[in-house]
Design a protein. Structure first.
Length: 317
């Protein structure tokens, strides 16, 4: 049974916002399934939900420099210097797995980005669990014994990859919907899968799941492989050659890998130079393509390692 919710976002997030922005957000109808809140200096608040957007134009309010600074202070818990690593990477994750993307002026030192300063844009992504959203895909990603096959989930940003990945991890960990119960380890670089805060996951990931949070995913996968004896490793948004090498290392050790990557089609992912070695190796036994054609997380295609289609949604183009 599918059960999706992000209803708690107002309680979790609104206290971080300056007063004038809080008032605007509190006025939103409760039935609006908010996915992103965009705050930009000199612009009205933008709310994204599904394929729609809402520009909050009440009282002709435009976000000012003081609101941006207050929001930054609040999400850094009034200790910006304690969050330098996160600011350098361009995002901060709050309790509950709410990720806030940041942009502004990059400070370069010795040829590398030291931090992002003069922050003028915030992208607040609303975390949500959707238990049961993986029910439809489970028959395609399990072998005859119920063990998960290494699987790559593909879609553009914001199409439900992480939500689906989270529910697959939960079902495999708990051994439901035909899955054999497995030890699952999650390499959660951006704290989005588990929604961890101070190491404690806020999302339901199943009984047999361990999480390594807030570190580069390639390093995390290697460490989990060598210290936590996983049967399954889960990670999000792979794209670099070190990511690919870590996944191939896990696969050669008999560990299934469940991962996601950005792409508008399966062919786009196959052509990416940083992932070509892993896609050519046959490491992933299943590829899933998601869209928004019938809502976030619509399953469009399932293919095997040779790109033979096992499922294609009717009327998809």
């Amino acid at each position: 049974m599918r059960s999706c919710s992000n209803k708690g976002w107002k309680t979790a997030l609104i206290p971080y916002f300056p007063k004038e922005i809080r008032e605007k957000l509190n006025s939103l109808p409760d039935d609006v399934e908010v996915e992103e809140i965009r705050i930009r200096i000199g612009k009205p608040i933008q709310i994204l939900y599904g394929i729609n957007e809402l520009i909050v134009e009440a009282d002709n309010f435009l976000v000012g420099e003081s609101e941006c600074q207050e929001l930054l202070d609040n999400i850094c818990f009034h200790s910006i210097y304690a969050w330098e690593d996160e600011l350098k990477n361009g995002f901060i994750t709050l309790p509950g797995g709410y990720r806030i993307g940041l942009s502004g002026r990059a400070v370069i030192q010795d040829g590398a980005v030291k931090r992002i300063a003069d922050i003028t844009s915030f992208n607040i992504r609303i975390a949500r669990e959707c238990k049961g959203c993986a029910d439809k895909v489970m028959p395609y990603i399990l072998d005859v014994d119920g063990a998960p096959l290494s699987t790559l989930i593909v879609s553009p940003p914001g199409f439900g990859k992480t939500t689906l990945l989270r529910d697959i991890a939960r079902q495999v960990s708990d051994g439901i919907n035909g899955a054999r119960a497995c030890k699952v380890c999650i390499a959660d670089e951006r704290s989005e899968i588990a929604g961890s805060w101070r190491g404690i996951p806020h999302n339901d990931l199943g009984l047999r799941t361990d999480v390594l949070d807030s570190c580069p995913k390639a390093w995390a996968m290697g460490r989990l492989l060598r210290t936590m004896s996983p049967e399954v490793i889960v990670t999000d948004e792979i794209g670099s050659e070190p990511d690919a090498m870590a996944i191939m290392d896990a696969a050669t050790c008999g560990v299934a890998v469940l991962a996601s990557a950005h792409g508008g089609s399966l062919n786009e992912v196959l052509k990416r130079s940083s992932l070509r070695k892993i896609t050519n190796s046959g490491t992933f036994k299943r590829y899933l393509l998601l869209s928004r054609s019938r809502g976030i997380g619509t399953l469009e295609q399932v293919a095997d390692e040779n790109m033979n289609l096992l499922f294609r949604r009717e009327n998809c183009g």
